[in-house]
Design a protein around this ligand. Sequence first.
Ligand SMILES: Nc1ncnc2c1ncn2[C@@H]1O[C@H](COP(=O)(O)OP(=O)(O)O)[C@@H](O)[C@H]1O
Ligand SMILES: [Mg+2]
Length: 508
Amino acid sequence: MNENAIEMKDIVKSFGTVQAVKNGQFTLRQGEIHSLIGENGAGKSTMMKLLYGLYPIDSGEIRVNGERMKSMDPKTAIAKGIGMVHQEFMLVKELTVLENIILGFEPRNGLVIDFDAARKMVQQYIDQYGMDVQLNKKISQISVGEAQRVEIIKILCRGANIIILDEPTAVLTPQEAQHLFEILQNLKKGGKSITFISHKLNEVMEISDRISVMRQGNYIGTVNKEDTSPVQLAKMMIGREVFLNIEKTKAKVGKTVLEVKDLWTSGEKEISKIRGVSLDVHAGEIVGVAGIDGNGQSELIEAITGLRRVEKGAVLLDGRNVTNFPVRKIRAEGLAHIPEDRNTRGLNRGMSIRDNLVADKIDKSPYSSHFRIQLDACKEYAQELAGKFDIRPRNTEAPTSALSGGNAQKVVVAREVSGATSLLVASQPTRGVDIGAIESIRSTLQEVKAQNVGVLLVSADLEEILSLSDRIVVMYEGRITGRMRADEATEENLGLLMMGDTDQEKEW
Ligand SMILES: Nc1ncnc2c1ncn2[C@@H]1O[C@H](COP(=O)(O)OP(=O)(O)O)[C@@H](O)[C@H]1O
Ligand SMILES: [Mg+2]
């Protein structure tokens, strides 16, 4: 057998004018766990989709077990033993686990599906790799972690020896991620070759034999796990030194700026998505809301900021009841909001950077006077913010649509932070932005806190919650399952709370 399961050389791939991969290199040795890392948009998923044959390459060379592939398509990829677990699961919700696994290649006894034979085959994989799945349950009844294991069994049943997982831990709790890592180690022992895409450096340092880094479509290098460190990897990813651990400033806790009392509100589908949530935030502290996406965090924030109707309960800002006030009035009371979705709620992408930066002040002096917008004052202010928050490019007359994700987010952060006098609500403030911007946004939140503003931080990223918060609440299925001071919190106890285990609660 060739020593390399996969070799990808000099890969180029564009989508229209976007050069997703400019110089892609990737070699997967037989039986290794090889992580592919890089910032959002670096080209990782594209590389693996090219390998799986979801798109053709523009140029370059792909070899599977030494064999040069003339062209790739998923059917060929599967035939060559490549299996891919995508970021989005592709399971049929109303079918059972077993039915999903055998879908499309059911073992038959004459014309009838031979479920006994299928069950036996699947059970072998479950036992061999320690998978823990319940074959008779419907997909709609199982957890995300279990669904992921089903996807893995599915590709194993199709004969995969080369397994690609695209950001598998993004949707998992720390405990589920640990379980996945055990399975990956078992797969490796069983001789499988594994590509693991991630941008979480601690995970990569735990699971990998080797690590390859991409940046802006280019191959940067490959290192052995033993020979590297998170700091070196971060530097390779971003191209300069970064400070991953910002110093947490000591909070001088002041008066209560936000009080949420027994709040109930509806979701898109559920009548009551949020059921009886209470919490408070003081001036000069960051309260983190942890939880897996979709457990009511978005609805809670919308209810607090006036974007969603409160059914029952109350929201008090600086002691004043603002429940179901219009957004504009709540903002006038000193609440600022970095919304989860910057493109639909945070920015008007058709306007200039300047207009987005002054949007909330445009009707006030000195930005307008005698009913006329004072363009010079607006420009000056926009330039000042662009400098302070390092928005690139600095030309604030440029359209906002020209900005990268990280810089667009800095525009939202700059505008909101400068408008926060009592409370800043920051929802997933660093999601999908590059490490440089993450670093800058996180230190901005620390500065806001130092200026005696309260911060309510919602993040699905536990590392972010742990590195910024003074106190932490965990949400699960529309309720708070636990609260604790940050110094009591660990990935483990937060992870358990994120799965609904309420025994972890500590003094708050
Ligand atoms: N199907 C597509 N059409 C257009 N652009 C795409 C497509 N897929 C990826 N891109 C672009 O290619 C670049 C690399 O994307 P991707 O491979 O998904 O990065 P990563 O997985 O490292 O975050 C990004 O700029 C992305 O917007
Ligand atoms: Mg990706």
